[in-house]
Design a protein around this ligand. Structure first.
Ligand SMILES: Nc1ncnc2c1ncn2[C@@H]1O[C@H](COP(=O)(O)OP(=O)(O)O)[C@@H](O)[C@H]1O
Ligand SMILES: [Mg+2]
Length: 495
């Protein structure tokens, strides 16, 4: 019996939909008390009926004049807030007043208030029309206690629904006002990001976007630019790791003729060309110290000089920087300027990894199928596999997988065979992760897994603070950092 009750509670709590929570609750009540029919009505703060769920009672039954007497009971419980357990409704004085009891044919009734913090927000009604006295006192007591649990479960699912509705309407509002068409997803974390973008698009403050590779940093930078009044001016993405130091410097600030070998003529840099626009500095952690100093100067005063020139120019470019490294750690190591970090980090936007927002995967798949002109669906097994995978390369990786699958599947639905073998391996590995490996390989992979878990444990314990985690683990910070990189562990996850 106890096990059965636990099972029931678990089932009810696992449901997030209010209607299903109530349906399950009534069904179990019917089973446990021997009642024939059941009804739950919920009210809002103002006393308006907001939910009604019935079992073995049709709409017609409820609207039938005969059911009026049940409503009399329900109203009675609602106004007194007291449970009612009737062995024979014919004989009850509360009812005799309202209806000719003989016509009613309701014998046994349990009617209970659903209370939360002593406030009534619903009523649960159970009856049996054929058996008199079916609800023994113990059944009534049990039902009363079970109703407390149902109250809590129903209340929680209502709150959850309210929250989702609020998020949805917030998202709607944002999506109408701003052009976020390219940014797909409903996950609360993502909606939060959209909200931040809408709030800061018009500001001139520097923004730092951080997240693993492929999480949409550039997409967000573009959304910031194209949703601001800078939209008619250039958006210039510069990858700080893709250029040699002097080249990136002259890309950004320009150079004068003869400034270095190969500088045959004056060159205008992006800070000048994109005046009034946005420069997106990707992989900002890779900037050399000399360039960091120059950037700091522009951020502080708007002033800069082209390479090899003493001219002082001014620019009103907005800087949006991005990184997949943990800048505070780099600051501690002295490889990134602290003052620059604070200048960049005026507003920060963290982007979640795809594995943290898996609920968005089906939407993203649809979006990418559309993008790659694949008009066929995807088979459940393939979808399951895509949902299972961890995506170290995040959305970019999912996008690549779908593009490849769309090409391979041609006119057919996408199936498992169109997915990269890696995903299948991934699944196999969860069955037996040693299969097909030599002993040495198995040992090595076990050691690697252990290292990964070790790092994650310490990061969890330090809430993502790498220096503290390394200290606790008794490992050199830079080694710890290297290991994190090797295992693609991102500290934001543990904050
Ligand atoms: N929320 C999203 N909805 C749709 N596409 C996305 C989303 N986030 C990222 N992408 C796509 O994933 C790819 C990688 O995004 P990108 O902004 O380049 O990531 P990052 O700069 O973080 O490496 C791009 O093709 C981008 O359009
Ligand atoms: Mg990028």
């Amino acid at each position: 019996m106890q096990d059965h009750l636990l099972e029931i509670s678990k089932n009810i709590l696992a449901e997030s939909d209010v209607d299903l929570v109530l349906t399950l609750a009534i069904d179990h009540m019917l089973e446990l008390t021997g009642a024939e029919r059941g009804l739950i009505i919920l009210f809002d703060d103002k006393g308006n009926e907001i939910f009604q769920t019935a079992r073995r009672l049709s709409k017609k039954d409820i609207e039938h004049p005969k059911f009026q007497v049940s409503f009399t009971i329900i109203h009675h419980v609602r106004s007194t807030g007291q449970p009612l357990c009737l062995q024979n409704a014919f004989e009850d004085s509360t009812l005799q007043k309202s209806e000719s009891a003989a016509r009613l044919k309701i014998l046994s009734v349990i009617c209970l208030p659903l209370l939360l913090h002593e406030k009534l927000f619903g009523v649960l009604y159970l009856d049996n029309r054929t058996v008199e006295g079916i609800f023994e006192k113990s059944a009534c007591d049990f039902a009363t206690r079970f109703a407390d649990f149902v109250s809590l479960a129903a209340f929680n699912s209502l709150e959850r629904k309210k929250l989702t509705n609020r998020l949805e309407s917030l998202e709607q509002e944002l999506r109408i006002k701003y052009d976020f068409t390219a940014i797909i997803g409903h996950h609360p974390q993502l909606v939060k990001t959209l909200k931040i973008i809408s709030q800061i698009a018009e500001a001139d403050a520097t923004v730092l976007i951080y997240g693993e590779s492929g999480t949409g940093k550039e997409l967000v930078a573009r959304a910031l630019h194209f949703n601001s009044s800078r939209r008619d001016k250039p958006f210039v993405p510069i990858n700080c790791s893709a250029f040699q130091e002097n080249l990136i410097e002259s890309e950004l600030f320009g150079h004068s003729k003869g400034a270095f070998t190969g500088a045959y003529r004056d060159k205008i840099g992006w800070f000048q060309k994109a005046d009034g626009g946005t420069i997106f500095l990707d992989e900002i952690s890779e900037m050399s110290p000399a360039l960091q100093a120059k950037l700091l100067r522009v951020l502080q005063s708007g002033e800069f000089s082209p390479v090899g020139s003493a001219k002082i120019l001014k620019s009103f470019v907005r800087i949006v920087a991005a990184t997949n490294r943990d800048l505070p750690t780099l600051v501690q190591h002295g490889s990134f300027r602290e003052d620059l970090y604070y200048r960049l980090n005026v507003i920060d936007i963290p982007l979640p990894q795809l594995r943290e927002r898996k609920s968005d995967i089906p939407l993203l798949i649809d979006h990418f199928l559309d993008k790659f002109g694949h008009h066929h669906s995807i088979r459940q097994k393939a979808l399951d596999m895509l949902l299972q995978y961890d995506y170290p390369g995040n959305i970019r990786e999912l996008e690549n997988i779908i593009e490849r699958a769309a090409i391979l599947a041609r006119e057919k639905s996408i199936d498992m065979e169109h997915l990269p073998p890696m995903l299948t391996l991934h699944e196999k590995s969860s069955v037996s992760h040693h299969a097909g490996k030599t002993l040495t390989q198995a040992k090595r992979s076990a050691a690697q897994n252990a290292e990964k878990e070790y790092i994650i444990d310490y990061l969890r314990a330090s809430h993502g603070h790498i220096t503290n985690a390394a200290k606790m683990a008794g490992v050199d910070v830079s080694d710890f950092h290297k290991a994190m990189k090797r295992h693609k562990i991102y500290p934001g996850e543990f904050k």
